[in-house]
Design a protein around this ligand. Structure first.
Ligand code: URA
Length: 215
């Protein structure tokens, strides 16, 4: 088996705070409320990294002491696109940081015959052409859902897309970077690989179930 080499389009946010919170998130004993809080906090830290290249412009302001040239965000606005349902678990933290962002949703289910994602819901802002897009799903496992969601977002006009997840598998990273080499991926960790049921190992279990307290 050839060793997995992390593509340059993937950023692993390996800050000590992220590593600490990921350890708690992965722990099977972590209850739903804490899991949700950790996912929200981690999404703030991921968004900080995913928005690193936002354009700035200079504006004239007055401090209480003197005029100065200050900076503010300029140019394109943002759209977050959540892959239902688990994407919503990290969406709220992202909106805390960028409350003016627009939000789109993509719903996908897995066809039991082909095992491929089938879109059952799509609602996106109609001005995606003018927005940078951040597509979010906590887990990049096989990568098929991420690829399908990004296909839809690009079809709707998005040119600049970043994918944000809490945890990735090498298989998902490979699938996504092959289908969309222009898409940057920001994640907290890349794990060993997928098991026969498509779970990331060692992973954190089913992110949707842990976020929403379902089984
Ligand atoms: N989706 C999850 O929620 N967990 C995994 O490990 C893989 C996909």
């Amino acid at each position: 088996m050839t060793a997995f080499v992390l593509p340059s389009s993937v950023t692993v946010v390996d800050h000590p705070l992220v590593r600490h919170k990921m350890g708690l998130l992965r722990d099977v004993r972590t209850p739903t409320a804490l899991f949700r809080l950790l996912a929200r906090e981690l999404s703030l830290l991921l968004t900080y990294e995913a928005t690193r290249n936002l354009a700035l412009e200079t504006v004239e302001i007055d401090t209480p002491l003197e005029p100065m040239q200050a900076e503010r965000l300029s140019g394109k606005k943002l759209c977050f696109v959540s892959i239902l349902r688990a994407g919503n678990g990290i969406l709220d933290g992202m909106l805390d940081l960028v409350p003016s962002a627009r939000v789109g949703h993509v719903g996908l289910f897995r066809d039991p015959q082909t095992l491929r994602p089938v879109e059952y819901y799509l609602k996106l802002p109609d001005d995606l052409v003018n927005r940078d897009c951040i597509v979010v799903d906590p887990m990049l496992a096989t990568g098929h859902s991420a690829v399908a969601a990004i296909d839809s977002v690009k079809k709707a006009g998005a040119k600049n897309v970043v994918f944000v997840c809490l945890l990735a598998a090498p298989e998902g990273v490979e699938c996504l970077t092959q289908a969309h080499p222009d898409v940057k991926v920001v994640t907290c960790a890349v794990d060993r690989g997928l098991d026969d049921h498509g779970y990331i190992r060692p992973g954190l279990g089913d992110a949707g179930d842990r976020l929403f307290g379902t089984k």
